[in-house]
Write a protein of this length. Structure first.
Length: 78
């Protein structure tokens, strides 16, 4: 596994929560986040790092998206 920093378009709700909407992969592919099912502070045990971990539904897949010190990253396969 490797840590891949990605571009994320996100909204902020009235309480100041960040809601990711679109993830742009390093090669330019874009994925719409259909739903965020969980958001909590957590560590990435696979690639290192700690921040807010979002469990996101993207199509039929579920994936983790991390927000760490102002940057977004995902755990990607080699």
């Amino acid at each position: 596994m490797r840590k891949v920093y990605v571009k994320v378009n996100a909204d902020f709700d009235s309480a100041g929560n960040i809601i990711p909407r679109v993830i742009t992969w390093e090669d330019g592919r874009r994925y719409s986040v259909d739903r965020v099912t969980e958001c909590r502070p957590a560590a990435s045990l696979k690639v290192g790092g700690h921040g807010l971990r979002y469990r996101c539904r993207i199509g039929r897949m579920e994936s983790y998206l991390f927000y760490e010190e102002g940057k977004w990253f995902v755990e990607a396969k080699q």
